[in-house]
Design a binder for this molecule. Structure first.
Ligand code: BTN
Length: 318
């Protein structure tokens, strides 16, 4: 009901009569008043003026599922949203939900994480209401070896969404770092549960620095606000990420990896570069030459030998 009341308030910039809303929703004025109080308790600033009615002054900077679902228009991604103020990690919640049979497209969101994790055992700093911290459950019918493609697909989706909402040309450092001006804005953590030849579920964890203040960031990191010099609407950005994820995922499932790899190439800053990589416990320098059909990075060492890197970290040399 609160959602429907918000629809009325958001449609009108001006005051809207309580009688009108109550009548249209088939509730009493007293019931309406109670729902308005509940909305105020959630952080909506709603002005009530006798004889004029209610007016929405501002909405809280929160990723409430009701706000995310409004005009989202996806088929299954984000159809079910679990929202938390604070959790250790959205990955753990998504794991538990997946094991209990949560549907494909189920989304776990948190305003902050106390034990947010990044790749290779790193920590993911998740300051409250500043970023996007989400885990998405997918159940793709693919061979487990193709799962890294979902990391690339997610990185592409995030870049497309940032371009659309913030107008920034973001880049991808293989495999999953979202960067701009060599500073890291976000990353993707993909966790897989699979049999020998069948994927049970994949959890796509996305962490993005959105409205973080520069001072609070590591020297190697940046936020969209820091680059754009203005606050970014996290709700609009998250909605666009979900839409792009769905579109790209459907393309990936219907066709093959190629259309996603082509998009990834457009955003990547790794191919053609000299890189340093940890390979079979040794650091080697090589040239990043191409991306394989399963998302692996093909590198050419100084003897001309081509090798495929499927995991780990790389450093751009120059
Ligand atoms: C990386 O190392 O670049 C990947 C970072 C992924 C962080 C996200 S935030 C939401 C989700 N929950 C986690 O604990 N990690 C991922």
């Amino acid at each position: 009901m609160e959602n429907k009341i918000l629809d009325f308030l958001k449609k009108k910039q001006d005051y809207i009569s309580g009688d009108h809303i109550a009548q249209r929703l088939g509730i009493s004025r007293q019931a309406l008043w109670k729902h308005i109080q509940a909305l105020k308790d959630s952080g909506y600033d709603i002005e009530a003026v006798p004889h004029l009615g209610y007016k929405l002054i501002s909405s809280p900077d929160r990723l409430f599922p009701s706000e995310i679902s409004r005009h989202l228009n996806t088929k299954f991604i984000g159809e079910k949203i679990y929202y938390f103020d604070s959790v250790p990690s959205t990955m753990d919640i998504a794991q538990q939900l997946s094991m209990k049979g949560a549907a494909e497209g189920t989304l776990v969101l948190a305003e902050t994480q106390t034990k947010g994790r990044g790749r290779l055992g790193r920590e993911w700093n998740s300051p409250k209401c500043k970023g996007i911290y989400m885990s998405l459950i997918l159940r793709p019918q693919i061979q487990p070896g193709l799962a890294p493609m979902l990391t690339l697909l997610s990185a592409v989706s995030v870049c497309e969404a940032i371009r659309e909402i913030a107008g920034l040309d973001i880049q991808i450092k293989w495999p999953n770092d979202i960067v701009m001006h060599s500073k890291k804005l976000g990353g993707i953590l993909t966790e897989l549960s699979a049999e020998m030849d069948e994927v049970r579920f994949v959890i796509i964890g996305i962490g993005l620095n959105v409205n973080n203040d520069k001072k609070a960031l590591l020297p190697s990191a940046a936020s969209l606000k820091d680059i754009k010099k203005e606050e970014i609407n996290r709700i609009e950005l998250l909605q666009e990420i979900l839409r792009r994820l769905e579109t790209n995922y459907l393309i990936f499932q219907k066709k093959d990896s190629q259309p996603i790899i082509e998009k990834w190439r457009d955003y990547n800053i790794t191919l053609g570069r000299r890189i340093k990589v940890l390979y079979h416990r040794k650091h080697i320098e090589a040239e990043a030459v191409d991306i394989d059909n399963d998302g692996g990075l093909l590198i050419r060492n100084d003897s001309g030998l081509i090798q495929k890197i499927t995991a780990g970290d790389i450093v751009h040399c120059r």
